[in-house]
Design a protein around this ligand. Structure first.
Ligand code: NAP
Length: 460
């Protein structure tokens, strides 16, 4: 029963799915490879047509799809609707701009004529996480389908109905069978398929453990991989910042998706001069959020994605507290059925504690008081992760200078790290490699082929 819908609001099993046998997966790969042979020859207009239709269906079904997200992983319903809208925007973005991104690039060599043609490479495998069941898939599938690749998607085992809905939408939009294929296989079995020579590239969004396992298998088989892994983003507040603005965005940056965003603000690093004010206001805003059913529009704090996720987060908090961290808000599971965890603020966190080094994937904020800007930068960079980050300051140039010094793939000034179709997304260090979204999102799984033309000339 590893592939199942379990409603995290009450931890009840709603629906279970059989894992596909190796034979079924094999047929799916064969179908995908066959489809690639014709899909790669289709004009951009055909690819565009299908992707726009996918986006349209997503918008038309927004209510039903949003309910599925909320049922399977507990996201507040209004946020699920936001996710569907964003996913449709991403699909439309690649449908509209893909041809231009993939246009031939003329070179100016010393001799002859030459250009780069961006060609598809074939069947790709995407391994996706549950935290944004539609958005994560959209940013992998849409650019690659526009390129002329075909995709197999192994979604997280706790969102099988979202996974199936995505395949159904592509088929309904007129995609040929094999262009987008949902694979019901468990994470522990993914590596078995990577060596298959019909699969030409792999992409994983998820944890470090899964990323390392997938990348090792891909490396062994000499295949390109893209990894979008975890993060522990710093949210730096400098003494010249507007504290009310910083606090308002800090709450959104930490609490969006019940804290389960790879780019959530997780470490609040505040310069001494404004630390007390920031902490008091931050705590006040996080206190007393209304806990309840994520389908209820008045609920402010829903469950985490699963009981396992809540147990793990509570354990990370407890280990930190055992090692000397202080809890100034929350700190425990909420005493009710479902995968609920209190909104928590930890202070007095030191190197060696779980909260210092590990990603806290839920509504737990780590608060650090620092002497000045350079101390803030040092602390921000003392992390195994390098995904996003934030700097709050009234001085734009100062913000840009600090942003340059932070070792991550993305830094936002006066805003939590966020996402939109036309901005690249990805990290460094243990947050992975490669980029999704924007024009960069079509660059990962293309063959940038050099084509050179020469006039006949005497070879001697
Ligand atoms: P996870 O356990 O790594 O799961 C992600 C996906 O990987 C699932 O489909 C999972 O399948 C699969 N998987 C698990 N073990 C695997 C293995 N050994 N080989 C291949 N695939 C494997 O991650 P999660 O805890 O669900 O997701 C949260 C993590 O994702 C967080 O660390 C978060 O920061 C990160 N994330 C990163 C980004 C980004 O863009 N950088 C975006 C979103 C999330 P099963 O479900 O069957 O186990």
């Amino acid at each position: 029963m590893s592939i199942a819908t379990i409603n995290p609001f009450d931890n009840k099993v709603v629906k279970t799915f059989e894992e596909m046998t190796p034979e079924t997966v094999n047929s799916a790969i064969t179908q995908a490879e066959d489809t690639f042979k014709t899909w790669r020859t289709q004009p951009f207009s055909r690819r565009t047509e299908i992707l726009h239709r996918v986006a349209q269906i997503m918008r038309e079904r927004s209510d039903d799809l949003s309910k599925l997200i909320t049922l399977e992983m507990g996201k507040l319903y209004a946020q699920s609707q936001g996710e569907i809208a964003l996913s449709a925007d991403i699909v439309d973005y690649y449908a509209t701009n893909g041809e231009q991104f993939l246009a031939d690039e003329q070179l100016k060599p010393e001799f002859g004529e030459a250009y780069i043609k961006k060609s598809p490479i074939g069947v790709l495998l995407g391994v996706e996480p549950w935290n944004f069941p539609f958005y994560q898939v959209a940013r992998f599938a849409a650019p690659n389908i526009m390129i002329g690749n075909v995709v197999l998607v192994k979604h997280a085992s706790n969102v099988p109905q979202c996974a199936q809905a995505l395949e159904d939408i592509f088929l309904e939009a007129g995609a040929p069978k094999g262009l987008y294929t949902n694979l019901f296989i468990s994470g522990t079995h993914v590596s078995n398929y990577i060596a298959d020579e019909r699969i030409k590239g792999v992409s994983l969004t998820g944890s470090e453990l899964a990323g390392a396992s997938l990348a090792a298998a891909a490396g062994k088989a000499l295949k390109k991989s893209v990894l979008e892994l975890g993060g522990s983003d710093a949210f730096i507040v400098l003494e010249d910042a507007d504290i009310d603005q910083a606090v308002a965005w800090a709450v959104i940056g930490r609490m969006n998706n019940t804290g389960q965003c790879c780019v959530a603000a997780k470490r609040f690093i505040v310069v001494e001069a404004v630390a007390d004010e920031f902490l008091a206001k931050f705590k006040a805003k996080l206190t007393g959020l209304k806990v309840g059913d994520p389908m209820d529009s008045t609920t402010e704090l829903g469950p985490l994605s699963s009981e396992g996720a809540a147990v793990q987060l509570a354990d990370q908090v407890q280990r930190s507290v055992d090692a000397g961290a202080k809890v100034i808000l929350g700190g425990k599971r909420i005493d009710r059925p479902g995968a609920f965890m209190e909104v928590t603020i930890l202070t007095d966190i030191k190197p060696g504690m779980a909260a210092y080094h590990e990603e806290l994937f839920g509504p737990v904020a780590s608060f650090y008081r620092v002497k000045d800007e350079s101390h803030a930068i040092r602390l921000a960079n003392d992390s195994p992760f390098g995904l996003g980050g934030t700097v709050f300051t009234a001085n734009k140039e100062r913000g840009k200078k600090v942003a340059t010094m932070i070792d991550t793939g993305m830094v936002f000034i006066n805003h939590p790290t966020w996402t939109q179709p036309d901005l690249p997304f990805g990290g460094t260090k243990r947050s992975g490699y490669g980029r999704e979204l924007s024009a960069l999102g079509v660059e990962e799984f293309v063959n940038k082929k050099l084509i050179r033309f020469s006039e006949y000339a005497d070879p001697f």
